[in-house]
Design a protein around this ligand. Sequence first.
Ligand code: PNS
Length: 164
Amino acid sequence: MRRAVYPGSFDPLTNGHLDIIKRAAIIVDELIVAVVCNPSKSPLFSLEERRQILCECLKNVPGVRVGCFEGLLVDYMRAQQANIIVKGLRAVSDFEVEFQMALMNRALASEIDTIFLMTSAKHAFLSSSAVKEVFKLGGKVSDMVPQSVERHLLDKFGYDKANC
Ligand code: PNS
């Protein structure tokens, strides 16, 4: 059984993440999309909101389930009996960070390996932080995130935007 984990902040989920999830789900038997709870960061969406958004957007994707974790990724992987980490790569700058993380995770747990999927070209410019900034400043993000994410962004920012 090839069980993999795609970890991330998903604050919020973008079409780029969704593309990686769907492609990875075809390669492995089971994919756990795991939202990280990082107490030192202050995300826009709470852990529960991010988990709910993922559940909404992934309910029809076969072989995928949603999880969340706090602490070391490799500890979560062991608890889930998963030994493949899935990551998406957009640019060379991603590679440097991801290379270091993959080596660190390997040093911590030699039975766990990381596989990288290259972004689809049409999503290469997408990031959660860019989406949040564009939305906050009144830009159109409907081609960048699933509909449900856009609704949640409106819930978060709609009132403020109307009153500034
Ligand atoms: O979407 P992000 O914020 O780029 O995801 C980063 C994430 C969650 C994959 C990374 O921060 C992570 O693995 N956090 C868990 C803590 C951990 O295991 N750290 C050691 C590896 S460097």
